[in-house]
Design a protein around this ligand. Structure first.
Ligand code: PGA
Length: 251
């Protein structure tokens, strides 16, 4: 969509990777790099969230939890709550990632409840959607991503605290990136859906970012597309080239 004011947004999803040593290195090149024109958020494993939050304090790069539960506290072994994420000074959480959906069986409804609670507690949310290969091949991409987004819509009151991440499952961790045209097509359709089902204002202001095998070599072409407002990056966020992805619009 031409003429928008959406600030470029790049998230790094470290998944279950890292150690204190490797995190020290990553935070070193990340804070030394040029991140001025982009909103940059990185998601360390929970064990290191507080550590990374403190290391990045004041740098302009923010830490995100990779998941959280839908209530403030209680007998939920292994879970963390938005209240805890906020308590350590962290403002962001990634919810609905395809690995949460497909490895850990999270449903649209649970993810939407988590988003509702996280937003209610004052967190900002990177909310993820995306179709599987068999769904794309069956011509169901739109049906799937609209269904996933509708589940969010039913619970989200304030979209200004949300970034929507479109991550086709077949592109995640496979090296098989969506073409700029494939990604743009889905982003544009999502924006139309949002315009019709939420509001034109939300459709115009919401950042829709692409994820799935984004790298320093493919990010520039993706970033030229009018409805791609940034990226959610897995593997490549662990390497110094991540800074090139952060600056993909400048190339
Ligand atoms: P990838 O992961 O960049 O390694 O494909 C993306 C993601 O899962 O967010």
């Amino acid at each position: 969509m031409a003429g928008n004011n959406r600030k470029f947004f790049v998230g790094g999803n470290w998944k279950m990777n890292g150690s204190k040593d490797s995190i020290n290195e990553i935070c070193g090149w990340l804070t030394a790099g040029d991140t001025a024109d982009t909103d940059v958020v990185v998601g360390p494993p929970t064990a290191y969230l507080g550590y990374v939050q403190e290391k990045l304090a004041g740098s302009g790069v923010y830490a995100a939890a990779q998941n959280c539960y839908k209530v403030p506290k209680g007998a939920f072994t292994g879970e963390i709550s938005p209240a805890m994420i906020k308590d350590i000074g962290c403002e962001w959480v990634i919810l609905g990632h395809s690995e949460r959906r497909n490895v850990f069986g999270e449903t649209d409804e649970l993810i939407a409840e988590k988003i509702e609670h996280a937003l209610g507690e004052g967190l900002k949310v990177i909310a993820c959607i995306g179709e599987k290969l068999e769904e794309r091949e069956a011509g169901k991409t739109e049906e799937v991503v609209f269904r996933q987004t509708k589940a969010f819509k039913d619970k989200v009151k304030d979209w200004s605290k949300v970034v929507l991440a479109y991550e086709p499952v077949w592109a995640i961790g496979t090296g098989k990136v969506a073409t700029p045209q494939q990604a743009q097509e889905v982003h544009a359709r999502l924006r139309t859906w949002l315009s019709e089902n939420v509001s034109p204002a939300v459709a115009n202001s919401l950042r829709i970012i692409y994820g799935g095998s984004v790298s320093a070599s493919n990010c520039n072409d993706l970033a030229t597309q009018g409805d791609i407002d940034g990226f959610l990056v897995g593997g490549a966020s662990l390497k110094p080239d991540f800074v090139k992805i952060i600056n993909a619009r400048k190339a």
